[in-house]
Each structure stands twice: as C-alpha cells, then as structure tokens.
Design a protein around this ligand. Structure first.
Ligand SMILES: [Zn+2]
Ligand SMILES: [Zn+2]
Length: 217
C-alpha cells in the first residue's frame, strides 16, 4: 500500500509521510510534532506545512521517540521548537554522535543539538504519557494517550512487526520486556514510526504481533 503524504488520524493528530526513508511525522494540534524525519525531504515538508496552513516557526515542541537520524534529522528546521527526548538517548543528540544516531548511514550532516527536556518514564508531554520502552535503542519511548487509547510507538512496534535490536544500543531482552508492558495497555490506534498506522482492531493487531515475536525469541 502506498501511504498518502498527509493522513488525518483524528481532529487533533495528522500523520505526515514524506518518504520511506523518513520516519512518520505526527503533528499534534498546531504546535507539537513527534519525530521529524531525516530532514532530507525538507522541501516536501515545507509544501505539506503550506497545505495545512502552518509555518515551521509555529512548532514549539518536538518529541523524538528515539535517537535515530530518520527521526531527528529534521529537528534543525524548527528553530522555535524545544527538543524532548528520553534521557538515555539525549547524549547522542548533544554530542552529535554520527554513528549511534546512524546519521552517517543515512548520509546526514549531523551537528550537536540542544536537548531542552530529557524525558523519563511517566512524564506527560502534549497530552501524552511517556512510556520508556528500551530495546530498539536504550532511550526509545512510546507515547500513550489513555483517554483516546492511542499509542505512538516509534520504532518499537509497527503494524506488521517490531523494531530491530541489532543496531548500536539495541537489546532483544529489553525489547521483549517493553512489548510485554505494551501488551497490557488498552489500545484503539497504533501510530508507528514507519509504515501504515493501525486505525481499527489495534488491540487484536497488538496481541498478534507480540505473540508472534515471543514465539521467535
Ligand atoms: Zn526509524
Ligand atoms: Zn530507529
């Protein structure tokens, strides 16, 4: 299935898909984005913002689900935004670590970034609760809206599987524990870092993915 560039998830959330190399970007309300893509498709993102009548300067908060370049590379275009990332992945941004961030792998020109808020499990940002879900990276997070039962999963969980654990900082045992924790949540929608969102029967999908993974491990 080819993803649309813009998918309206509900009245508050818009999903932006620039390319298969970029993470999905979720616009929450009018001033927060979750993940920012590689930044290589800046022009396309600029067009999207124009279409939805927003300016990059309107974005005040960026929440990065983890330290990988395909999720953080676009941060630099949002000059008014405060960057939020889990405290365990923050040093990679602060140091401009081109290896751990995979910036080198993606051909990105990474410079050290200021992290304005280092997140911890249980923090609440832009209406979402931070769930620390290590495994794909040490500081990977999911963002949970308990009221609307929406789970934003970064690269921890996709519509058809789970994130890799063979990259620097990955840990299979941690991922397994994180998935077990996630499987206890009530979920209506899953919004992953790549690929299609799960907008119906999310609970069933969640169960299916986690069962198939625990069989493999
Ligand atoms: Zn990714
Ligand atoms: Zn990743």
């Amino acid at each position: 299935m080819v993803l649309n560039i813009i998918t309206k998830i509900n009245s508050n959330i818009t999903m932006i898909h620039l390319s298969d190399l970029d993470s999905n970007i979720y616009l929450i309300g009018k001033n927060t984005i979750i993940d920012s893509g590689t930044g290589s498709n800046f022009v396309r993102l600029y067009d999207v913002f124009k279409r939805i009548k927003l300016d990059f300067a309107d974005i005040k908060f960026i929440i990065n689900t983890h330290m990988h370049w395909d999720h953080i590379g676009g941060n630099r275009f949002f000059e008014n935004a405060k960057i939020h990332i889990h405290e365990l992945d923050a040093p990679v941004l602060e140091k401009g670590d081109v290896e751990k961030s995979l910036a080198d792998y993606f051909g990105g020109n990474m410079k050290p970034m200021t992290v304005h808020k280092k997140l911890k499990d249980g923090d609440v940002v832009s209406g979402f609760t931070v769930l620390h879900t290590p495994g794909h990276t040490p500081g990977s997070i999911c963002l949970y809206d308990k009221k609307d039962k929406i789970l934003i999963t970064g690269d921890t969980l996709f519509a058809d599987g789970v994130g890799r654990t063979d990259l620097p900082g990955g840990n299979e045992g941690d991922l397994e524990k994180s998935l077990e924790m996630i499987s206890g949540l009530e979920v209506d929608k899953i919004l992953p870092g790549h690929g299609e969102p799960v907008l119906k029967n999310a609970q069933k999908t969640l169960k299916k993915i986690i069962e198939s993974v625990s069989e493999q491990i």
